[in-house]
Design a protein around this ligand. Sequence first.
Ligand code: SAH
Length: 290
Amino acid sequence: MQSKSDAQWLEVRVFVVPEIEEAVCNFLFELGSAGCQQFEYAVSGFFPAAVGAEEIQSKLLNYYSELKALGLCRIQPKIEIRPVENLDWEAIWKRHFKPIYIFDKLVIKPSWTPLPPTAAAIIEIEPKQAFGTGNHATTHLALEFLAEAVRRGDVMLDVGAGTGILAIAAVKLGAGRAVAVDIDPLAIEAAQENCHKNFVASQIELLLGSTAAVPGNQRFDIIAANLNRREITALVCEFRRLLKPTGRLFATGILAEEAPRLRKIFIETGFSIQKEVVKDEWMGMILRKL
Ligand code: SAH
C-alpha cells in the first residue's frame, strides 16, 4: 500500500456543476496544477506533493466564494485531496494538449497522438509537470520566431527551458547545438526525457540554474527567454552579455500591457527592438544588441 510520504503528487478533486467546470480547471492551472482531468461533475488538478494541501484548499474556497458572489455557483464546495504516486499523463492532458503546427516547419505533438503525414520536423513532448507544450501563446510566439530565424549551425540558449521545447525546436530547425537552463529541477528532468525522446540529447546541454550556469565564455546567436516581466528585467544585462554581436534575443513571456515598461528597460540596456508580435494578451519581442 502507498503511504502518504511515498506519494509524489496530490490529486485535488473539486466537485462542480458543468457551468463552472472550465473556470475551476483554469483556476487549478493558475494555482500551479500540472494538468487537469475532467469528469462528470468533477475536475481534478495535480500538484507536486511538496505543495501545501491546506493552502490550495483555502484558495479554492475563496475562489468559490467569488463565484458565489457573482451568482455563478450556488452549491457548497466539495473538495477532496488524496496522494497519488503514478499519474496517467495521457488522461490528464488529453483535452488540453493537441498537436500544433508552426508554419509548415514544425509539428509539436503529445506522445499519445499518431504521427501526422507531414514533411515538417516533428517534436514529441511529454508535458509532465513542466511548462511548455506549445499550446500557450507565449511558447507559440517563441516557436514562430525560431522557425523564422534559426540558421544552420546557430548556437542557441534557452533560458527557462521547461519541457525543453524551444531548445529541441531550435536543433530540429537546424541549430548546431543549444544550452538550456532552468532553475526548477523538475523542468530539467522533463527536458532531459524530451531531449532523448526526440534524439537531440547529444546537441543540447541541460543545466540546473540560470544564466550564470552557462559555462565558459560561450556567446549565442539566439537566446530564447519565455519568462515573465520580472524575470526578464532581472536578466536583461545577462542576455546582453551572452549574445554574440549579431545575435538576437527572443523575449516572449510579456503581457502586452507591460510592453512599454520593458521596451524602456531594453533600450536603456543597449538593445534595439527589431520586431514585436502580439498574440492574445501576450507580446513577443525580437531584440538585437546596439
Ligand atoms: N521554455 C518553455 C518554458 C517556459 S516557462 C516554453 O517556452 O514553453 C518558464 C520556465 O522558466 C519555468 O520552467 C521556470 O522554472 C523557469 N525560470 C523562471 N525563472 C528563471 C530564471 N531566472 N532562470 C532560469 N529559468 C527560470
